[in-house]
Design a protein around this ligand. Structure first.
Ligand code: DON
Length: 302
């Protein structure tokens, strides 16, 4: 496995230079684009890595899975009164559907849905930013993980689209807390910095019927694990979820920091990172690496 990961990174390295780092968050635009790393964690606890697997990066929308898990832990099925679990077929930051559908976001992974989940969590946690950070620290077994204040501030400064979504949902009665407070929590979650190794470890519970491999804690039930993986498979890569299912065939979640996590149920949790994105906001080389890996091992769930 170790040598396969290295070969795959060598194969996709020529793609570096063909994408664009996210510039709509200025602090992310300063990241060195020529970086590539991958980590795979088996449900037996074995870890395989290649490239810049230990370099922390901005996890961005990958945090939406952690927020969803927190919300499911304390509110279970009740959360679905506020949002759906259907793919949107729209860009992650699209506003159009939200008005047509009366302020009820299609799923928890588009920005509007993640803001509703952040609103739900804001009502439950006295310190939502720290609760989330500590949750990720426990899942990744890494007490040094922090939220990057520079990135969070940059996101807050350029928050217009996310703020527009949140206020639109408030106008439909689908927002309970102060919009600006929820935005700050949401941006701090997105600004968490973690490496491929951290994320492969943190997501191991989704490959292991809800049970964290290193701590043995049951994070969610086996049934909830299937449901979260289903939402990742149908909505984890936004308007490119179909392409990801076709090319990779695994539940996945991307972030505009260039990370993508993918789950091989019952076997592995994977994380690949390369900052340059394609037109849908997903890591260009990361997609190609996961496609090769899934193809060579025959991992597609379909
Ligand atoms: O709110 C935003 O736009 C970012 N903090 C997160 C977007 C993101 O990562 C979309 N993923 N591909």
């Amino acid at each position: 496995m170790q040598s396969l990961l290295k070969t795959i990174l060598d194969d996709v390295r020529p793609l570096l230079g063909q994408g664009q780092v996210a510039r709509y968050i200025p602090a992310l635009g300063e990241v060195d684009p020529n970086q590539l790393g991958i980590a795979a964690m088996g449900v037996d606890g074995q870890l395989f890595t290649a490239g810049a697997a230990d370099t922390p990066f901005s996890i961005q929308s990958i945090s939406k899975v952690f927020s969803l898990v927190q919300a499911i832990q304390h509110s279970g099925e009740d959360i679905w009164s506020r949002l759906g679990h259907e793919p949107s077929g729209q860009a992650f930051n699209s506003l159009v559907q939200l008005e047509f559908e009366q302020g009820r976001p299609r799923n928890p992974f588009i920005n509007a849905g993640a803001l509703v989940i952040a609103d739900i969590n804001q009502s439950r946690f006295a310190a939502p930013i720290l609760s989330m950070r500590d949750f990720v620290r426990r899942l990744a077994d890494n007490p040094t993980i922090i939220s990057d204040d520079v990135v969070a501030q940059s996101e807050y400064q350029y928050r217009s689209r996310n703020a527009a979504m949140a206020y639109l949902m408030q106008s439909f009665g689908n927002f309970n807390n102060e919009v600006e407070d929820v935005l700050r929590s949401y941006f701090h979650h997105c600004a968490l910095a973690a490496s491929c190794v951290d994320l492969a470890r943190a997501f191991s519970f989704l490959a292991n019927q809800g049970r964290c491999i290193h701590s043995d804690a049951q994070i969610v039930s086996p049934r909830q694990t299937q449901q979260i993986n289903a939402i990742m498979a149908t909505s984890g890569l936004y308007d490119e979820a179909g392409n990801f299912a076709y090319r990779v065939g695994l539940p996945g979640k991307s972030g505009v920091g260039g990370g993508i996590v993918a789950i091989v149920p019952g076997r592995f949790s994977l994380c690949v990172w390369s900052p340059e994105l394609n037109a849908s906001g997903n890591s260009l080389a990361g997609m190609a690496a996961l496609e090769r890996l899934s193809e060579q091992i025959g991992w597609s769930v379909f």
